[in-house]
Ligand binder design. Structure first.
Ligand code: UDP
Length: 319
């Protein structure tokens, strides 16, 4: 297969590129390096199957040519990270909405399967445990920038399904829950790289809110394995799949585990959401995926547990 990966220099995209190259696919990466980093793929550069273009996905002439030359488009380019979303909502909306418009248009022009990466943010502040693919979404007001991200990614999903139903474009929507591992940057707010960096420097661990909010963290290698298997599966076309871990941990417990596993002398510090993000910031208390659909489709289970993930992230940051 000839795969086109948008956002291939990003954290998840770079692992996807690695996995596809390892099985013999050719891979073309397109990334504007706005949040992605070239170092993420530096170890792949020079491999026979890899090409890359440093370009924005909103450049339709370039995307048209790249789409015409591939068999499948993994669309991972997006503005991500709650902190970035709050800081630069214009960039988020332009990238996530206009970018996706271009991808689906060129995908449809050449009838190439499109596998867009979506996010558990689309569930918003819904309180169901666990979240199933067809659950209602509950979003806060437009005056809170955080919700612009959820809205933009939900629009991507609507676009994907509209192209599938109306233009017979094959699409498979992958909805990622918190995905983590070595190479993830803490610059845009992600909690694990931030906590590990703080722990290794014996600095205070910054817990936002009261630390009782929980998340389920999945290892990026497990997530990528699900994406590739779903992309390969004809029966997944036109479907939405949650992909994530079901091992739930509160953010305070997470901080304590990072301290223990890294042997850090860090103390915990609690920072109100208003100070961490924006005035009136709304977080979700729990976010657990129902993964029965992806399990039934491809027999997928996450393999690396939270301790395994933290051990890898700590080792990689130390190195
Ligand atoms: N968080 C935190 N300290 C940090 C960064 C994040 O306590 O330095 C919290 C954040 O408020 C959220 C959770 O950790 O409740 C996960 O944050 P992340 O941005 O990694 O992912 P999210 O689930 O918000 O998309």
């Amino acid at each position: 297969m000839r795969a086109l990966i948008t956002g291939g220099c990003g954290f998840i995209g770079s692992y996807l590129a690695e996995a596809l190259l390892a099985r013999g696919d050719t891979v073309t990466i397109v990334d504007d390096l706005s949040t992605g980093r070239f170092e993420n793929i530096a170890h792949l550069v020079g491999l026979p199957g890899l090409e890359y273009a440093i370009e924005t996905i909103t450049n339709e002439a370039v995307m048209d040519r790249l789409a015409s030359q591939c068999d499948i488009i993994y669309h991972l380019a997006a503005a991500v990270g709650v902190e970035l979303v709050v800081r630069d909502p214009v960039h988020v909306l332009e990238t996530n909405v206009q970018g996706a418009e271009v991808i689906f248009r060129v995908g449809a022009r050449y009838r190439k399967k499109v596998v867009p990466a979506s996010t558990s943010e689309v569930y918003g502040k819904g309180t169901r445990v666990p979240f199933s693919e067809n659950d209602d979404r509950t979003l806060g007001p437009t005056t809170r920038s955080r919700w612009s991200y959820a809205c933009s990614k939900a629009l991507d999903e609507f676009m994907a399904l509209a192209y599938y139903r109306q233009k017979s474009l094959p699409v498979v929507i992958t909805r990622f829950f918190n995905t983590v591992g070595p190479r993830q940057s803490g610059r845009y707010g992600m909690v694990i790289p931030r906590f590990v960096r703080q722990a290794l420097a014996d600095e205070p661990i910054t817990i936002y809110g009261d630390g009782k909010q929980s998340r389920c963290f999945a290892y990026v290698g497990d997530v990528v394995r699900a994406v590739v298997a779903l992309a390969d599966s004809p029966s997944a076309v036109g479907q939405v799949y949650n992909i994530g871990s079901t091992e739930e941990v509160t953010i305070e417990q997470l901080a304590r585990r990072v301290i223990t596993l890294s042997g850090s002398k860090s103390k915990l510090t609690f920072i109100p959401y208003d100070q961490a993000y924006e005035e009136g910031f709304e977080d979700m208390l729990r976010r657990v995926p129902d993964i029965s659909k992806v399990r039934a489709a491809i027999g997928w289970e996450p393999v690396v547990d939270l301790d395994g993930i933290l051990t890898r992230v700590i080792a990689s940051m130390r190195a």
